[in-house]
Design a protein around this ligand. Sequence first.
Ligand SMILES: NC(=O)c1ccc[n+]([C@@H]2O[C@H](COP(=O)([O-])OP(=O)(O)OC[C@H]3O[C@@H](n4cnc5c(N)ncnc54)[C@H](O)[C@@H]3O)[C@@H](O)[C@H]2O)c1
Length: 441
Amino acid sequence: MDSWNRRDLLLSAAALGAPLLNAQPKPPITGRPLRVGFIGTGARGTALLRTTLQFPDVVVPAICDINETAAARAAALIERAGQARPQVYGATGGVDDWRRLVARADLDAVINAGPWQLHSAMSVATMRAGKYAAVEVPAAITVAECWDMVNASEETGMPCMILENVCYFRNTLLILNMVRQGLFGELTHCEGGYQHDVRFVFLSTGGDRGPAGELTWRGVHAASKNGNLYPTHPLGPIAQWLDVNRGDRFTHLTSMSSKARGLAHFARKKFGAAHPNANREYALGDVNTTLLRTASGATVTLYHDTMSPRPYDLILRVQGTEGIYMGSLDKFYFDGRSPKEDQWEAPDAYYAKYEHPLWRDLGPKAAGQGHGGADYIEMHQFFKAVRNRTEAPIDVYDAAVWSCVFPLSIQSVAANSQPVEIPDFTRGKWKTRKPAPISGA
Ligand SMILES: NC(=O)c1ccc[n+]([C@@H]2O[C@H](COP(=O)([O-])OP(=O)(O)OC[C@H]3O[C@@H](n4cnc5c(N)ncnc54)[C@H](O)[C@@H]3O)[C@@H](O)[C@H]2O)c1
């Protein structure tokens, strides 16, 4: 589209997705593939790259990782997918070489799956270079970093999407659709947890992550910080169910951690009682419990449990005046509607009737992709926004509010569980912003 005017574009943007924050709309990208750069091609970056390479209209001309093996693996994957060998940054250029990737004139978007402490700086630089940013979770680890991202997005009009793939799980989108259709009545409480035995990501098992038994970058965080260090997997979908930033907002939280035992215990069993990491103090309590409250009075219980031997369970309970969903069971109960009083109902009939249109449209293509297909749908939605030059489906305010639980839970734990206020990153816009309509691919 060569000739266009602002009004036409605003109209077409409404059809394609939400218009950009404070920005002159630009015409959609047509007639060429999207050009996407990657920073951080470790475990998650590689998985996201594999997903990206499923999209025939996306190319990856540039990647960056300071680890030569990780960078070479990513470059080989791209070539094997039939694309030109990408320009590789980082491996020989050092820890700031990602800035050269971000500055390239040819990229439309940069996907960033580096360590937590680099997320915000990389996303801010990406937006300030006029590109769409996509950032792994959590998007930031200090409140100042959250504001930096909000300010960069507002000042440049460039979107920043937190890659919270749990928002694209089949059950979380089903629940979103059912919440919007009023099946649960008014929501009063949700519960979620990142309850995942990931002891192996804190202490290296060798290979890319350094000598076996050493603290990884995530282990360094666990050794020095005590709170909920991974809030967004459960909090993302919960915040969407509760219309947080779009009619409601989180006002404050309080947080408490158990004693820290799991990692030292694990190090003892895995690397021997004499290993230094079997004998050090870890700040991070094994189980952190954080309570959040919204302006309208809904509450959320959030667990962080990554050091305990246990099966994976995000809980994902949603409680309303008319009924409840319990994600751990994948079961429902509705007042006066469920066939048997006080008894859980299987989900099949609800999936048949209320499947989210995204899953109806993309489910077959997503099958077999990462996280039960959610990674495919997530990247599909990101690329759609980049191509249409509309706001990302999960925006910078969501990234900031969901991620700020990381530093604020640490603050509350350190202050004997004192309540801590959650900033209003929307600066009042939450009162008038509307939830995104439920729509298909
Ligand atoms: N959404 C999900 O399901 C999911 C799953 C796993 C991890 N993650 C997130 O993905 C991110 C990465 O985690 P991971 O497990 O892949 O870690 P990882 O350590 O395997 O990968 C991080 C990569 O970043 C590279 N890196 C470090 N500093 C760099 C720099 N200055 N410039 C360029 N590259 C640099 C490292 O060499 C490494 O290859 C984290 O935010 C994590 O929380 C998300």
